[in-house]
Write a protein of this length. Structure first.
Length: 63
C-alpha cells in the first residue's frame, strides 16, 4: 500500500487554523499530531493491521 503524503496541505491547513512549515503556509501533515502521534501514522497503523497488506510505503516530498 502506498500512502501519498507529499501534497502541499492546502485543505489541511485551511481546516486547522494553525500556521506551520507546510508548503501552503500551514502545518505539514507529517508534522501535525492527533491524539499524541503524527496524523499520517493513524492511517499507516490502520493498514498494517490488515492481513491483506504486506507493506506500507509513505511517499513524502523531499525537504
Amino acid at each position: 500500500m502506498i500512502l501519498p503524503a507529499a501534497g502541499s496541505g492546502t485543505r489541511f491547513a485551511r481546516g486547522s487554523g494553525r500556521s506551520g512549515s507546510g508548503l501552503a503556509g500551514g502545518p505539514s501533515k507529517i508534522e501535525m499530531e492527533l491524539a499524541g502521534k503524527p496524523v499520517f501514522l493513524h492511517a499507516v497503523e490502520s493498514f498494517i493491521r490488515r492481513a491483506d497488506v504486506g507493506q506500507v510505503i509513505v511517499a513524502v516530498a523531499p525537504d
